[in-house]
Ligand binder design. Structure first.
Ligand code: 5GP
Length: 201
């Protein structure tokens, strides 16, 4: 029943935005934060990009046709959406609103364009940006994934640099987390969330 509250529901629903360039370990951090914070839920985005063998439909993304995606945009069903690498990505609005009503911490792993839209509508959202320790490490991580040809890797590297520059100039992010060590980065993110929710770490 929509709007029905569960016994485990609390009153302090909050939106957590996690952004960062590809190759920075953002997804690993996001999923670790989700595991570390009781009552947190990961928002499964819709996308028109192709599914890869690493993706589970309905868990990592919901994969849609362009037509289905455009229908959701027209119906106002997306909280935000953006074009990333020529494909569309968006956050389903009704699900997020329902989880917030239930007092959940709702985690959005979205790009800078999406973060700007969400912060514009919901300024209380906590927005974190994950940075690589340095450029050489980022390039090394993009290479070690061995998913792509060198030309594609260099393009992703240039895109990552642009994403970081855009993030800095956007004024949207509340904190910057350097992923020099996974456990430390996750602890920092969890600490920032607890502080924002008015809880001791
Ligand atoms: P990938 O295709 O590598 O999983 O994601 C590409 C980029 O799209 C990442 O920067 C990711 O954070 C971003 N992204 C994923 N879902 C969404 C979404 O729902 N909205 C927006 N604006 N960006 C998203």
């Amino acid at each position: 029943m929509p709007g029905h509250r569960l016994p485990t529901d609390t009153d302090d629903g909050m939106l957590l935005i996690i952004s960062g360039p590809s190759g920075v370990g953002k997804t690993t951090i996001t999923r670790a934060v989700e595991r570390a914070i009781p009552g947190s839920v990961f928002s499964v985005s819709v996308t028109t990009r192709d599914m890869t063998p690493a993706d589970v439909d309905g868990v990592d993304y919901r994969f849609l046709s362009d037509l289905e995606f455009d229908r959701m945009v027209a119906a106002g069903e997306l909280l935000e959406w953006a074009n990333v690498f020529g494909k569309k990505y968006g956050t389903p609005r009704p699900w997020v609103e329902e989880q917030l009503r239930r007092g959940r911490l709702v985690i959005l792993e979205i790009d800078v364009q999406g973060a700007m839209q969400v912060k514009g509508r919901m300024p209380a959202a906590l927005a974190l940006f994950v940075l690589p320790p340095d450029e050489a490490t980022l390039l090394e991580r993009l290479r070690s994934r061995r998913r792509e040809a060198e030309g594609v890797i260099l393009r992703r590297f240039a895109e990552a640099q642009r994403e970081i520059a855009l993030a800095r100039s956007s004024g949207v992010y509340d904190a910057w987390i350097t992923n020099d060590n996974l456990d430390r980065a996750v602890a920092e993110a969890v600490g920032l969330v607890n502080r924002a929710r008015g809880r001791s770490p």
